[in-house]
Design a protein around this ligand. Structure first.
Ligand SMILES: [Fe+2]
Length: 275
């Protein structure tokens, strides 16, 4: 097995692994170590069934079932289908916006997802890339003045975030979920490293801070963390299997799909731990 670093801030490729076959203990340990070091791993040329994707998840932990039922896989509760199509199989403007904007997955739960796995079923000929950003690095390089303003603060989170407009477009069962709190600077339960955990899509405010002040401070954090030097881009190929660490990264779809072609992925999440 070889681990090839693809991006300076994060992202590495794992070569020499066939994910349709079980990995031995040494290989599992090496993959887990690479995951913690590089935050995002890509395995190329893997033709995986839904059951293979779930087996891949189990290298890293227990699959976590997504809160929304709208996109659940018809046969496997552990998976959801990420697609830009509506029920009639047409590329749809609302569904095309899924995954746009910097966020981490399931940060709006008491126990946010440890990781997310994506495996493409259909991808456009052009565009449709996914961006990742390293929130360890964004915090490590943050100016002291900004860091001082966020030390000890807690963010509030909700599925779909603060926008009324977005809330209204969610499935009724997914709207107006309770607010959940997490530290703005969160300590990673495995590496012990600190990173920024608030994000522009799912964070609503800051505990104990008037709304307008909280929005200003969050915008300042996002302006810093959203800089290109913390980012890496993944251009999808069929057969790619990606896993990323939601505890220390942001990700965003680019929405760039000039031919308006179908985009469809299997997605799984891996449970985090309460800490
Ligand atoms: Fe996401």
């Amino acid at each position: 097995m070889d681990i090839i670093k693809l991006g300076d801030p994060l992202l590495a490729e794992v070569r020499g692994v066939d994910l349709t076959k079980p990995l031995d203990d040494d290989a599992r340990a090496a993959v887990n170590e690479a995951f913690l070091e590089h935050c995002v791993l890509v395995f190329r040329d893997q033709e995986l069934s839904p059951a293979d994707v779930i087996a891949f998840e189990r290298i890293f932990g227990e699959p976590q079932i997504h809160v929304t039922k709208k996109y659940r896989h018809p046969k496997f509760d552990e998976l959801i289908v990420m697609t830009n199509m509506n029920k009639d199989g047409e590329v749809d403007a609302f569904e095309s916006r899924r995954g746009l904007g910097w966020h981490s997955d399931m940060c709006y739960l008491d126990v946010p997802a440890k990781a997310t796995v994506l495996h493409p079923l259909e991808i456009p000929e052009q565009g449709g890339d996914t961006l990742f950003a390293n929130m360890y690095l964004a915090l490590a390089e943050m100016p002291g003045e900004l860091r001082k303003k966020i030390e000890g603060k807690r963010g509030t989170f909700r599925f779909g975030g603060r926008s009324k407009d977005v809330q209204n477009r969610l499935d009724p069962a997914d709207r107006d979920k309770p607010l959940i709190e997490h530290p703005v600077i969160r300590v990673h339960p495995e590496t012990g490293r600190e990173s920024i955990f608030v994000n522009p899509i799912h964070t609503v405010g800051i505990v104990g801070m008037p709304d307008d002040e909280a929005v200003d401070l969050l915008d300042e954090i996002y302006a810093w963390c959203g800089q290109e030097q913390f980012q890496a881009r993944h251009q999808w190929r069929m057969g790619d299997t990606l896993i990323w660490d939601n505890r220390c990264t942001w990700h965003s779809a680019t929405g760039d799909n000039p031919l308006r072609q179908r985009r469809r992925f299997l997605r799984g999440n891996i449970s985090g731990i309460l800490h």
